[in-house]
Design a protein around this ligand. Structure first.
Ligand code: SAM
Length: 250
C-alpha cells in the first residue's frame, strides 16, 4: 500500500489509498485519503488555475488530512469542512497547532444535503463567495446533486466546483465497496451529462465542465446563478430524452 508523509501547514499528513488496511502506520498528525495519482491531478489543477483559490469549502473531512493539504497547495486564506460524523477532537487540536489556526471552520454532524446548515456555514465564513468547493462526501448521486444545487450559486466567477470519486460505478478500485455501499444506487457519473446540459442551456452560469477518471470540475461562469438552483428545472431539453428518467430517484 502507498503510504506517504506529506508536510502541510506545519503538520505531517499521512496520505494513503482509501482502500486496504495496514497495521504499521508511520508517525503522523492526520490522515488523508488521496493517493499519489490523485494528488498529482490535484496539484496540476491548482497550478493551472488563476487567480488564487482563497476561500474553500470541502464536504467530507474523514480523518482531517485533506483540508491542510488543500489549504497549503492553494495558499488559501480560509477553509471550512463539513462531515456527517461526530467531531473527532484530535482533528481540531491538530488544526489549532497548525498554520491554519484561526483560518478554518469545522462542521461535524452536518449532512451534505442540509440546505440551512450549508447556507449558514457560507454566510458565517464566506460572505463574498467561495473560490472552490470540493465534494468528497457520500458520492451518492442524489446527495451529490443536492450539494451542488445548494452550493454552486455561492461560487465566484471562475471558481471551481470539484466532485471526487464520481466513477465508483465504473472504476475497478471501487469494486468491493461499490458492491456493498452503492448496490442498487444510480450512477453518479451521469452528473457529467447533467452539468453539460445545464452549461449548454445557460452558457454564462458554467464556463467549462472538465472530467478526469476521478473528478469532475465545473468552472463557474460570469453570470449570477439563481439560489435555489434546480438543474432539472433549468435544463432545456429539445430531444425526447427525459431528464426525469435520467435523474432516477432523488
Ligand atoms: C472519502 S471520505 C473523505 C476523505 C477526505 N476528504 C480525504 O481526502 O481524506 C468521505 C467522508 O464523507 C462523509 N460523509 C458521508 N456521507 C455524508 C453526508 N451525507 N454528509 C456529509 N458527510 C458525509 C463520511 O463521514 C466521510 O468522512
Amino acid at each position: 500500500m502507498e503510504l506517504d508523509i506529506i508536510p502541510a501547514c506545519g503538520l505531517n499528513i499521512l496520505a494513503k489509498n482509501a482502500f486496504g488496511k495496514t497495521d504499521a502506520l508511520p508517525d503522523h498528525d492526520l490522515i488523508m485519503l488521496k493517493n499519489r495519482q490523485q494528488r498529482r491531478l490535484w496539484e496540476q489543477k491548482i497550478k493551472l488555475h488563476k487567480p488564487r483559490l482563497n476561500h474553500i469549502l470541502e464536504l467530507g473531512i474523514a480523518d482531517g488530512g485533506s483540508l491542510p493539504y488543500i489549504f497549503e497547495i492553494c495558499d488559501a486564506d480560509f477553509i471550512a469542512g463539513v462531515d456527517i460524523l461526530p467531531e473527532d477532537p484530535k482533528i481540531r487540536s491538530a488544526y489549532n497547532r497548525s498554520t491554519m489556526e484561526g483560518k478554518f471552520s469545522l462542521n461535524f454532524e452536518t449532512d451534505q444535503t442540509d440546505r440551512a446548515a450549508l447556507n449558514k456555514i457560507v454566510a458565517d465564513n464566506f460572505g463574498d463567495g467561495l473560490d472552490m468547493i470540493i465534494d468528497d462526501a457520500s458520492h451518492f448521486l442524489g446527495n451529490t446533486r443536492a450539494s451542488f444545487e445548494i452550493l454552486f450559486p455561492h461560487l465566484r466567477p471562475g471558481g471551481l466546483y470539484v466532485i471526487e470519486d464520481y466513477t465508483w460505478s465504473h472504476n475497478e478500485a471501487f469494486a468491493m465497496i461499490a458492491a456493498k455501499r452503492y448496490s442498487g444506487q444510480p450512477m453518479t457519473s451521469q452528473l457529467v451529462l447533467e452539468f453539460t446540459m445545464l452549461m449548454s442551456t445557460h452558457q454564462k452560469w458554467i464556463s467549462r465542465v472538465v472530467a478526469d477518471y476521478n473528478t469532475i470540475t465545473v468552472v463557474k461562469g460570469p453570470a449570477k446563478v439563481p439560489d435555489p438552483l434546480s438543474i432539472k428545472d433549468n435544463t432545456v431539453n429539445w430531444a425526447p430524452l427525459q431528464m426525469s428518467k435520467l435523474a432516477g430517484p432523488q
